[in-house]
Ligand binder design. Structure first.
Ligand SMILES: *Cc1c(COP(=O)(O)O)cnc(C)c1O
Length: 446
């Protein structure tokens, strides 16, 4: 299986210089059983799909912002020594965000947080009638999204069990087949108000056929929205050209904006003329008169008109560092070719499975056009009690963490490993595979 040489691949990696720009988490504080020598060594961080790493440049920027706050306080909203006045700071970020999702800058706002933005968008775009009230989504969507769907249906007086229609993979399969998604849209389309999928599924890593979903759903007269939490900064998209109605995302996963980082939102420009009424807040008001505090609302056209509050500057600055300056900006298309493909992480991690009783199944689709950077390993569910009462997945995960391999566990039985092209290396993928092999050997001997 090792026809690919990770050292050679790393040497040829066009993104290799970016690794040095990040703080790599050290072994000791995460791996509980780190030996003395291992303390202080960087661990193999494969959780960038959950929380991206802090870039050194972001650290500098945050310190600058604290200093500005200390020295200038309110004045920095307009006079900022580093040319990042706080009042329009989100505007510095939106063009880059727009590029990442394939949108016009006016179609994107840098604002709020993911679940709140989802509710905001659903408030605008989920306007069910007795005949057309369903929300069509993938089964096992991220729980926050499921809660949002159910509570929105209930808010409109519908029974969530009837209104929220989930499409499940076939028996024995893990990814949704495109034809099954299309069949469900065909079947439920006439009664569906909103088709809302994630771009990349958080649990399986499946990248859904977003363009086809949009086309099919539009042909049935449905509104189409996407949750891009795991897609933005991971896979290329063309939301504008595809005709997606709206999308929401967070930026602390593949965009490295830091825990709780500011969110993003897309609303297609076609809605500028036919839009349902926006909900208003002062940050959606014309910035040239906003601080005159006029009683009458004068909205900003486009997605920025959905802004409600002034943005969290420190976290917006994180983002700015990553995205705004073109020398730091990398097109997602450039990120994809190497580590997302089966010759990257997957082949190396898949090889240890052969012939082992505790073998896992990779549930992430193989096809590069149906996946991002993440690899999800499914472990056989076992209710039989092991010496420590843990299931195989939990035992393997704990053993990996103890050896400095930081993926994450997702109940019930999946370990997600996400080699992020920007800062992970092929050698790390191979190292993770070697450790996984050791762990499996150890378990097999028990
Ligand atoms: C990460 C993630 C969230 C988290 O929501 P927040 O509002 O940022 O806490 C929600 N939905 C999906 C699909 C996610 O992947």
């Amino acid at each position: 299986m090792q026809s690919v040489d990770p050292v050679a691949l790393d040497a040829a990696d066009p993104l290799k210089q970016f690794r040095d720009e990040f703080h790599l988490p050290v072994f000791h504080p995460i791996g509980e059983k780190a030996s003395q020598e291992q303390q202080g060594e960087p661990c193999t961080y494969l959780s960038g799909n959950s929380l991206g790493l802090l870039s050194k440049r972001s650290e500098v920027l945050i310190k600058e912002e604290l200093q500005v706050w200390a020295n200038r306080a309110v004045d920095a909203h307009v006079n900022h020594p580093h040319q990042r006045p706080w009042a329009p700071i989100a505007d510095l970020v939106t063009p880059s965000l727009a590029r990442l999702v394939g949108a016009e800058p006016e179609e994107v706002a840098c604002m709020g947080s993911l679940t709140s933005n989802l509710h905001l968008m659903m408030t605008n775009f989920y306007t069910p009638s007795p005949k057309r009230f369903k929300i069509l989504c993938e089964a096992k969507a991220f729980p926050s999204d499921q809660y949002a769907f159910h509570s929105q249906a209930a808010l409109h007086g519908f029974d969530p069990a009837e209104a929220v229609v989930e499409i499940s993979p076939r028996q024995g399969e893990y990814a949704l087949r495109e034809e099954d998604i299309m069949a469900a849209i065909e079947e439920h389309g006439d009664e569906t108000a909103l088709v809302l999928f994630s771009g990349v599924q958080y649990y399986t890593g499946q990248w859904f056929p977003m363009e086809r979903i949009t086309k099919e759903a539009k042909s049935k007269g449905c509104i189409v929205g996407f949750d891009l939490a795991h897609a933005v900064g991971n896979v290329p998209m063309s939301l504008h050209d595809w005709g997606v109605d709206f999308a929401v995302w967070c930026t602390y996963k593949y965009l490295n904006s830091g825990p709780g980082g500011i969110g993003g939102l897309f609303v297609h420009s076609k809605w500028e003329t036919e839009s349902p009424p926006k909900l208003h807040g002062w940050w959606g008001h014309n910035p040239s008169t906003r601080f005159h505090m006029p009683p009458d609302y004068d909205g900003i056209p486009g997605a920025s008109g959905y802004q409600l509050s002034n943005p969290l500057v420190r976290l917006t600055a994180y983002l700015e560092t990553r995205l705004r300056e073109s020398k730091y900006f990398i097109d997602v298309n450039d990120l994809r070719p190497s580590k997302n493909t089966p010759t990257g992480s997957e082949a190396q991690i898949e090889s240890p499975t052969a012939g082992r009783p505790t073998a896992f199944t990779i549930i992430t689709p193989q096809d590069p056009s149906s996946r991002g950077a993440q690899l999800s390993l499914l472990w056989p569910f076992s209710s039989s009690s092991t010496p420590d009462g843990q299931r195989p997945m939990q035992r393997v995960h704990a053993a990996l963490v103890a050896r400095g391999i930081i993926g994450d566990e997702r109940d019930p039985d999946v370990i997600r490993l996400s080699p992020v092209p920007l800062y992970n290396t092929f050698q790390e993928c191979e190292h993770a595979a070697t450790i996984l092999e050791l762990v499996l050997d150890g378990l097999a001997r028990e």
